[in-house]
Design a protein around this ligand. Structure first.
Ligand code: PRP
Length: 184
């Protein structure tokens, strides 16, 4: 479906709503198969960006599961965003013996996911897997295992479907490229 009336900050649609929903269904099917026999699936969303992906994904996961969230902040160590990641809000449910799936909206430098995988693995879960909607390979500095990937995208500032620009445009149902003049 052609999107008309794009927000003024947005240049073009990169991934349409229908494409996202199709891909999310495929990922949910894979998770349903891979975890069919588990009795302790725990799905952890990374706030804020993952809220929409997590909501759509979990509604198609038929394996009984619990949901939890973390909130993080990352501090710039130089001219870029990568570097020190700090937990602002931790999960509330125990992870011991559970199969944990971390749900992220975007894998950029990789520092956030690396921190989360290391932190969660120290909590004696049965397994830690990752579901990432978007990956920017050109930006990645730290390699992370991605078990369920939505789309690889070019190095552009994208908004929508959870992703923001100054906390705006998060609730667009599609992924769009921000106009360069917004941040240049
Ligand atoms: C974004 C995104 C990931 C992280 C990825 O969060 O949601 O959590 O950055 O970046 P990295 O791979 O370079 O570590 P952001 O800090 O923008 O917070 P938000 O989700 O609350 O908008």
């Amino acid at each position: 479906m052609q999107v008309t009336n794009l927000p003024k900050q947005v240049e073009s649609v990169l991934i349409a709503e229908e494409q996202i929903q199709k891909r999310v269904s495929v990922l949910a099917d894979e998770i349903n198969q891979d975890f069919a026999d588990t009795s302790g699936l725990l799905i952890v969303g990374v706030l804020k960006g993952a809220f929409m992906f997590l909501a759509d994904l979990t509604r198609q996961i038929r394996v009984p599961h619990a949901v939890d969230f973390v909130a993080l902040s990352s501090y710039a160590t130089g001219t870029d965003s990568g570097g020190v990641v700090r937990m602002i809000m931790d999960t509330r449910l125990p992870m011991t013996g559970r199969d944990v799936i971390i749900v992220e909206d975007i894998l950029d430098t990789g520092y956030t996911l690396d921190y989360l995988i290391r932190t969660f693995k120290a909590r004696q879960p049965n397994s830690v897997s990752t579901a990432v909607l978007l990956h920017k390979p050109e930006r990645t500095e730290v390699e992370n295992p991605v078990d369920y990937l939505g789309f690889s995208i070019p190095n552009a500032w994208v908004v929508g479907y959870g992703l923001d620009y100054n906390d705006m445009c998060r609730t667009l149902p599609y992924i769009a490229v921000l106009k360069p003049e917004m941040y240049q």
